[in-house]
Design a protein around this ligand. Sequence first.
Ligand SMILES: C[S@@+](CC[C@H](N)C(=O)[O-])C[C@H]1O[C@@H](n2cnc3c(N)ncnc32)[C@H](O)[C@@H]1O
Length: 253
Amino acid sequence: MKNDWNTMAKAYEEFNNTEDSYSFNIEWPCIKELLPNLNGKNVVDLGCGTGIFTFLLEKSCPAKIVGIDFSEEMLEIAKEKAKANKSNVEFVLHDAAACKDVIKEPVDFIFSSTTSHYIENLAQLFENVSASLKSGGECIFSIIHPVYSAMYPIEHTDESYPSDEEWTVRYLDKSMRAYIQPWLEYNDNYENHLSKSYHHTVSDYLNAIISAGLSIEKVCEPMPPEEWKKTESYRYKSFVETPVYMIIKMRKN
Ligand SMILES: C[S@@+](CC[C@H](N)C(=O)[O-])C[C@H]1O[C@@H](n2cnc3c(N)ncnc32)[C@H](O)[C@@H]1O
């Protein structure tokens, strides 16, 4: 998976860092509503990628903000952007599931967007998150909605590519998924590039969070912007049918 992200880094940045992206129009407005006051706080972004959300979080003036990711190429793009924009974000190459190794002092806030379905062991992930938070610290995980990841085609044993018909919900099937990322499909430089990920159900997430001793403060399933009904009717309809995000706010008591 790390190699996969290294190869896709440039395409990811091109596709997602655009004004009409889901990240900016659906995910971020919901996250903003849930964010605690980060002024003067210590913040971590797990699976920060090219830093799209890390730089948005930095605008809230944290005392320190660290982005953690296991892909050298994603972090390379993030570091270039940080340099160009005189950002103070510190980027660290590490496995997010074992984040406690590199978060030496407990922090006030941990954020993560669309990374947890690349991590097999959710129990380990949330235990590490909990151990890395101060008492009273909060975290927000924006996850790929389990209804959406349930649609990812199941990995073929011969590494062949799935057909369009294989994009169908298999909710309780925990098999490994292997598919062409929808945002990569129309990029000529990446013909038939297979990505792999896990599919975790809602109860997998809730039980891992509960076992880690975190309490859930709010769960949101954001809608696309109302105006998309007219301006982006196809995207609006398909998003309402199979939502892409579930956003969970948690606290360590
Ligand atoms: C869909 S991208 C999201 C990037 C960023 N959070 C955003 O929303 O733009 C998923 C990111 O998770 C990273 N990732 C996947 N598994 C990881 C792991 N176990 N540890 C650290 N990073 C991981 C990938 O390298 C990639 O940058």
